[in-house]
Design a protein around this ligand. Structure first.
Ligand code: SAM
Length: 425
C-alpha cells in the first residue's frame, strides 16, 4: 500500500485551473504557448488539456522520452521553491540559496531543492547536503543580482523549462487577468459543494486570498450576497483585488476575527460583522489548518504541538459559524490537511457537541470516504469527502481525485436553533 508519506512527497500528476464563468477564456493561447514550448522540448505531442467541468480545466503532463537532459550546472533552492518548481513554477529570486560561481546569464541549469534546510545563502560550490533534483531551466539572474546587493532580490531567477514532474510551466499570467485561476482540484470541488445560488446570504469565514470566495460569486452569476472575512488586513486587500479582477461585485470583504463575528446584542442588519444569530443561508468555514495535505512536501517542519493546536481554533470558528447560520442552513467545513483531528475528528466533535446539527452528504461526492479510525459510522464516513491515497471499498475514487492534494470536506445542516447552553461556551 502507498504510505501517506510517500504520497505526500510526490507531485500531483496534472495542473488544474478554475475558469471564471463570468468572463470565459480562450484556450487558443494555451495551445500556442505549449506548441512554442514543444519546439524546445521536442516532445511527441503537446500535453493534453480538457474541461472536467465548464469551470475546471485539467492540464496533463508532458509525455517525454527520453528524460530531461541535465546540464551539470547546479542551482540550489529552498524546499518551498523546489515544491513550486515541481508544480510548474519558475524559480523566484528569494528562493535561491546557491549558484555555482561560473554560471552565466541564460545558461541551462539544473534546479535542486535543499531537503535539510542547511544550505547557506550564497553558496558557490556544489551542495553536498541532501538535495532533490526538481527540474531544468535557464538562468535569468547572476550571483551579483541574487546575493551581493544587500537587499532581498525579486523577480524570476531561473526560467523553468521542464520540472522533473513533467508538468507544463503554465501559469495564470498567460491569460487575461481574472479569467483563470490556478487552484487545486479539491478546492474547486469545495465550490461545487457550497453551490452558491443567486440571492443566498453566504458567509466565507476565512476567505483570503479569496480563491473560494470568487468561485462562489461566479457560480451564483455574481448574484449571491457574499461576505468574506479574514483576520489579516493585508490579505483582505487581496480578496478585494481578486474580486475586482474577476469582475465580481456581490462580495463585501472585511478584516475581522471570525471567532468573534457573532454578537448577542446585534439584531437585523448583516451587511458587516459582527452578525446577529441565524442570518446566513450558508457558511463556508475553510479553516486555518496544519496544511499537511500540500503536495509535493519535500520536508515536513511542523512540530506535533503546533499541529495539535489547530483543532482548538477550528472548534471556536465552528461554534461561531453555527450561531450565525440560519436554522435549515448549511455549514460547509473544509481543510487542506490530512490529520484525523482536524477532519473526521472535527465532525465527530461537532455532532457530539451540537445536537442541533445533522451531517449531510457533501455532494458531489468525488473524494474518498472519511477514515474509520475515530468512530464515525460507515454511513457518516460516506457523507464526507477525503482526498488522499487511501483505497476504500466503501466508495472507490476516480484517479483524478486521488492524484491531487490532501483535503477534506463535510457539510452540516442546522436542524433547529443552537441551545443557549452551547451558545455561552
Ligand atoms: N478560503 C481561502 C481561499 O480559498 O482562498 C483560504 C483560507 S486559508 C485556508 C485560512 C485563512 O484563515 C487564512 O487566510 C488566515 O488568515 C485566516 N484566519 C486564521 N484565523 C482566522 C480568524 N480567527 N478569523 C478569520 N480568519 C482567520
Amino acid at each position: 500500500m502507498h504510505s501517506i508519506q510517500n504520497w505526500l512527497s510526490e507531485t500531483p500528476k496534472y495542473t488544474t485551473f478554475r475558469i471564471n464563468k463570468l468572463k470565459g477564456t480562450d484556450l487558443e493561447k494555451l495551445t500556442k504557448f505549449l506548441t512554442e514550448q514543444n519546439e524546445e522540448l521536442n516532445a511527441p505531442e503537446i500535453p493534453k488539456f480538457y474541461f472536467l467541468k465548464p469551470d475546471c480545466l485539467i492540464l496533463e503532463q508532458w509525455m517525454l522520452e527520453p528524460a530531461i537532459a541535465t546540464s551539470g550546472k547546479e542551482v540550489i533552492v529552498d524546499a518551498l521553491c523546489a515544491a513550486a518548481v515541481l508544480r510548474g513554477a519558475h524559480v523566484f529570486a528569494p528562493g535561491v540559496l546557491g549558484l555555482l560561481s561560473d554560471c552565466k546569464m541564460n545558461d541551462k541549469v539544473d534546479i535542486y531543492g535543499d531537503l535539510e534546510g542547511k544550505c547557506k545563502r550564497g553558496l558557490k560550490i556544489p551542495y553536498t547536503g541532501r538535495k532533490r533534483f526538481v527540474g531544468v531551466g535557464y538562468l535569468k539572474m547572476l550571483r551579483c543580482d541574487l546575493f551581493d546587493k544587500g537587499v532581498q532580490p525579486s523577480g524570476i531567477a531561473v526560467h523553468t523549462i521542464l520540472p522533473e514532474s513533467r508538468l507544463p510551466v503554465v501559469n495564470e499570467t498567460l491569460f487575461p487577468k481574472g479569467e483563470v485561476l490556478l487552484q487545486n482540484l479539491p478546492s474547486i470541488v469545495t465550490g461545487w459543494v457550497v453551490n452558491a445560488l443567486p440571492n443566498e446570504n453566504i458567509l466565507d469565514m476565512c476567505a483570503a486570498p479569496g480563491n473560494k470566495t470568487t468561485h462562489l460569486a461566479e457560480m451564483s452569476d455574481n448574484k449571491a450576497h457574499i461576505i468574506a472575512l479574514d483576520k489579516t488586513e493585508y490579505k483582505v486587500k487581496k480578496i478585494k483585488q481578486n474580486c475586482e479582477s474577476h469582475g465580481i461585485t456581490c462580495v463585501e470583504a472585511f478584516s475581522f476575527d471570525s471567532t468573534m463575528c457573532y454578537s448577542e446584542d446585534h439584531f437585523g442588519e448583516i451587511s458587516k460583522p459582527p452578525f446577529p444569530r441565524n442570518c446566513f443561508d450558508k457558511v463556508l468555514l475553510d479553516a486555518p489548518c496544519s496544511g499537511l495535505g500540500q503536495r509535493p512536501q519535500l520536508v515536513s517542519k511542523m512540530d506535533p504541538k503546533t499541529i495539535d493546536s489547530y483543532k482548538y481554533l477550528q472548534r471556536k470558528l465552528f461554534t461561531t459559524a453555527l450561531k450565525v447560520l440560519k436554522t435549515g442552513g448549511k455549514l460547509i467545513y473544509s481543510t487542506c490537511t490530512v490529520t484525523l483531528d482536524e477532519n473526521e475528528g472535527m465532525v465527530l466533535w461537532a455532532l457530539e457537541k451540537f445536537p442541533c446539527l445533522k451531517l449531510v452528504p457533501a455532494e458531489p461526492l468525488l473524494g474518498g470516504p472519511g477514515l474509520d479510525n475515530v468512530g464515525l459510522s460507515n454511513e457518516q464516513r460516506m457523507m464526507v469527502q477525503r482526498f488522499g491515497p487511501e483505497n476504500d471499498s466503501l466508495r472507490p475514487t476516480e484517479d483524478i481525485y486521488k492524484n491531487t492534494i490532501g483535503f477534506f470536506i463535510a457539510i452540516f445542516t442546522k436542524i433547529h436553533d443552537i441551545d443557549n447552553h452551547n451558545i455561552q461556551k
